[in-house]
Design a protein around this ligand. Structure first.
Ligand code: SAH
Length: 397
């Protein structure tokens, strides 16, 4: 196995279990590892530190174990089994009212570069590193072992996430399908709400599982309200609002495919179509035309405005503008649920953008709750970068 030798004193973050080795910390690469190869990481004075997947780029090694663990043949099984046990402990696996969750959240589950979402027997994986992409057959075998006969399919959807530099054949497809399972979509239950998940055509792995708890929070406050769900995707927040007795819900997304699924989800849950309207539109343009006071609950859940540090300043300005519009338009005594899923925008930065938005709108605004990602999107305490979803519940007078 090839070796990575660090510069003097650059082992400190690894001794604190941070799972990344940056290229700048490397003194020498011994051998010529290919992208995705397992490499050993050593300190300048020759001490073994960890094993991980090698990759060309700013994150040169993603660590899989700080000991010999990754060399054992049952490594993948044990890691996935451990991930499943956490979901069982949190009441997500085997629950009557919910049968979808994130099984593997990258570094949060000790598997940097790997995402696996579980949709009632169907696992959808996205490799974000060459190493995970190359390990997908082993990962699939381990999933079969972990779930046994209840596993219906494993779908690899890495074409948009795996690094192309690796020169790998990036075509999405099934790694496994149980006999007789031919569907490309599945109806799942989330807190007793039904959602159609289309993993081949949908965004990311097909559904945004990270908003489960925040959708429930909307459900607790939506009764008797007129709701506007901006950036609704397949209507997660809308369905919860309708279930809990919202008078009417308007859902807005620029994706036509997403809006078609919203309509199907409204029907699937048995709601009267007159209580819901779909709008395939730009959310910012839509909000501009909204009469003041029309809605008394507004959800703002845009895509990540900043994908990297360089875009941070513009992203903060965009969050401020969007939130100023939402705060201006909501009825007195109304709620605004506002979110950011940009990893580079931290809680404080987001709160500051929303503070500036409130000041711009010149309304009385109180923070009732601070929202985040749920337990199946766990944050490794040694890798705070894994915290990405943040939100605020605002009460506006
Ligand atoms: N709230 C959703 C997830 C939102 S993801 C849920 O609970 O499932 C962000 C969504 O924003 C995507 O569906 C994307 O299609 C949509 N989007 C991106 N830019 C947009 C724009 N300018 N106007 C409206 N929707 C947009």
């Amino acid at each position: 196995m090839d070796k990575i030798i660090l510069r003097p004193r650059r082992e400190e973050s690894i001794l604190r279990f941070h799972p990344w080795v940056f290229s700048g910390a490397i003194a020498q690469v011994v051998g010529s590892p290919a992208e995705g190869d397992l490499v050993g990481v050593f300190s300048a004075d020759g001490h073994f530190l960890a094993y991980g997947h090698y990759q060309v780029g700013s994150i040169a090694v993603r660590i899989l174990s700080f000991d010999e663990d990754v060399l054992r043949p049952d490594f993948w099984f044990r890691m996935l089994d451990r991930a499943l046990r956490l979901r069982i402990a949190c009441g997500l696996h085997g629950a009557a009212q919910t049968n979808c969750y994130r099984l593997v959240h990258g570094e949060g589950d000790g598997l940097p570069g790997l995402i696996i979402d579980y949709y009632d027997g169907v696992c959808v994986m996205q490799a974000h590193s060459a190493g995970m992409f190359r390990a997908k057959a082993q990962i699939c075998e381990a999933l079969k072992e972990v779930y046994g006969a209840s596993l219906l399919a494993v779908y690899d959807k890495s074409s948009g996430t795996a690094p192309f530099k690796a020169g790998l054949d990036l075509v999405d497809g099934y790694l496994y399908r149980a006999d007789g399972f031919t569907a490309d979509e599945r109806t799942v239950l989330e807190n007793s709400n039904r959602f159609l998940v289309d993993w081949t055509e949908g965004q990311k792995t097909g559904f945004f599982l990270d908003q489960r708890e925040n959708r429930a929070a909307v459900g607790r406050l939506a009764e008797g309200r007129n709701v506007l769900n901006l950036f609704c995707y397949t209507g997660g927040f809308s369905i919860y609002a309708l279930r809990s007795g919202a008078v009417h819900v308007d859902s807005v997304d620029s994706s036509r495919k997403a809006m078609d699924l919203v309509d199907r989800n409204v029907a699937l849950n048995g709601f009267d179509a007159s209580r819901h309207t779909s709008h395939c539109a730009d959310a910012i343009d839509f909000l501009r035309e909204v009469p003041e006071g029309k809605y008394d609950l507004i959800i703002v859940d845009p895509p990540a405005f900043a994908k990297h540090r360089g875009a941070l300043k513009n992203a903060l300005r965009a969050y401020q503008r969007l939130n100023a519009a939402a705060i201006s338009k909501v009825a007195p005594g109304g709620f605004v649920f506002t979110f950011s899923c940009s990893q580079v925008v931290d809680k404080e930065g987001f709160a500051l953008a929303v503070f500036s938005a409130a000041a711009e709108a010149r309304r009385s605004v109180r923070i009732l709750d601070r929202l985040c990602q749920p337990a199946d999107h766990a944050v490794n305490i040694y890798h705070p970068e894994g915290e990405y979803l943040k939100g605020l519940l605002l009460y506006v007078e």
